[in-house]
Design a binder for this molecule. Structure first.
Ligand code: NDP
Length: 250
């Protein structure tokens, strides 16, 4: 589908999954605004059809102001992809409020604020797609990562409710739930699992690789393929769904 004239917003779009989706949307003609906390990271990857804008999704003030500026520059947001996220494991009995709140604030509040501000502009158009990047941990428990899993479950509740709210309108709301994908988050987790469990980084990585049913890390392009489908022709009837990109039921 030609996305010429459409404005897409992808939080966490300077790296990993978000960047790969951003490149696909830009190649198909959309103007893509990518966000993250580090302007220098965004500047490195931005270019034709892609603008980098520093925005901390934990700050309501920042999200409101920055999305308004992006809309002023490039028009209403018709593709909204809340993707910014952090992933860290911690046993519940060791989880303090600061850790819990930061997880919720980034993964869940951030998705809510991004969608809310985007929807205000999408509602005036005749076509829109909201695609939240949740996780397989949003569909089932993840040992040692209750806060992360709870935040990702929350994103799915938000998406399903929005699909119900806007039933019959030309907007769809879906979540993509990946298994372990080869991105900077997995590299960081490798180091932290290795440290916490007192095992080598090789063993820590093998734990994640072997958690995927096909015993390999998923490539970012495989997650992008799902987003391409959801922004392509014929996807209007896919609404309120969680698309697993996991290699099988985990
Ligand atoms: P990355 O670490 O590459 O992406 C995370 C992005 O989120 C970064 O670009 C980061 O940019 C941004 N980000 C983090 N915190 C904030 C914040 N407070 N405000 C704005 N941006 C922020 O990893 P992935 O590409 O893997 O992760 C993308 C999404 O995919 C995440 O939501 C993750 O939970 C989800 N996911 C990943 C899986 C995997 O195995 N990789 C599996 C399942 C889901 P910056 O640091 O500059 O702010």
């Amino acid at each position: 589908m030609d996305l010429q004239g459409k404005h897409a917003l992808i939080t966490g779009g300077g790296t990993g999954i978000g960047l790969d989706i951003a490149r696909d949307l830009a190649a198909r003609g959309a103007h893509v605004t990518i966000t993250g906390r580090r302007q220098e990271v965004l500047d490195e990857v931005a270019g034709d059809n892609m603008t980098g804008m520093a925005m901390d999704v934990r700050s309501e003030e920042d999200v409101v102001a920055k999305i308004a500026a992006a809309v002023k520059a490039h028009g209403p947001i018709q593709i909204c992809i809340p993707n910014a996220g952090i992933a860290e494991g911690k046993a519940v009995h060791k989880t303090d409020m600061e850790f819990w709140r930061n997880m919720m604030s980034t993964n869940l509040d951030g998705a809510f604020l991004t969608i809310r501000e985007s929807l205000k502009t999408m509602r005036g158009t005749d076509w829109g797609r909201v695609i939240a990047i949740s996780s397989m941990a949003g569909l089932r428990g993840l040992p040692g990562a209750a806060a992360y899993s709870a935040s990702k479950h929350g994103m799915i509740g938000l998406i399903k409710s929005l699909a119900a709210d806007y039933l019959g309108q030309p907007y769809t709301f879906n979540a993509i739930c990946p298994g372990y994908v080869d991105t900077p988050i997995v590299s960081r987790n490798t180091a932290s699992i290795s440290e916490r469990a007192g095992i080598s980084e090789e063993k820590a990585r093998a734990i994640m690789v072997n958690s995927n049913p096909h015993k390999r890390l998923i490539d970012v392009s495989e997650v992008t393929a799902a987003a391409t489908w959801l922004t392509g022709p014929g996807s209007q009837s896919i609404n309120g769904q969680c698309i697993q990109v996991t290699g099988g039921d985990m």
